[in-house]
Design a protein around this ligand. Structure first.
Ligand code: HEM
Length: 140
């Protein structure tokens, strides 16, 4: 689960979410935002915040594991949003991801095909998607 969470933190499919409309005049970090302003949420900047994560560019699932080996919640990991409009499918999505990921890893070893460079690079665009790559599923 920690590996999946860390993957979602670094390679979140929708780095910019929105739109939301302000219902009233608001001040945020010294910026005056009038009512009806459309707001986009930059999830990428939250998941890659150097001050909070220290080394956000490094894939390190241990950040989500406590000293006693339990899963650690982190308020700065927000893949399913916040508040009243938070994702309704969160529990279903989490359990689906876990079962699929664990099921595949239980049966197969995933190895890069010859000449495949598995660096974390994404295609630019509205959503983040991996560049195509060749991978071999070896039966365990
Ligand atoms: C990894 C998978 C998923 C991710 C990362 C995800 C993420 C999100 C996010 C970020 C929002 C917007 C929350 C906000 O604006 O504050 C959202 C909304 C929503 N999601 Fe998901 N979601 C996932 C899977 C699912 C699934 C499987 C379902 C349903 C079976 C689902 C149903 C919904 C619905 C209905 C909303 C709209 C809630 C509202 O506007 O009141 N999501 N999701």
């Amino acid at each position: 689960m920690a590996a999946l969470i860390e993957s979602m933190r670094m390679c979140y499919a929708l780095p910019i979410r929105g739109f939301r409309r302000l219902l009233e005049d608001t001040t945020l970090h010294g910026y005056r935002l009038p009512a009806n302003t459309a707001v986009l949420i930059n999830n990428w900047s939250v998941h890659m915040d150097k001050e909070h994560w220290g080394d956000p560019e490094v894939y390190r699932p241990e950040r989500f594991i406590t000293e006693t080996g339990l899963l650690r919640e982190d308020d700065t990991f927000l893949p399913f949003g916040l508040g009243r409009r938070r994702c309704m499918g969160e529990q279903l999505a989490k359990s689906f991801l876990f079962q699929t990921f664990a099921g595949v890893l239980q049966k197969f070893q995933l190895v890069p095909a010859d000449g495949t460079d598995l660096k974390v690079t994404a295609l630019g665009g509205f959503n983040l998607a991996p560049k195509t790559y060749d991978i071999i599923f070896k039966s365990r």
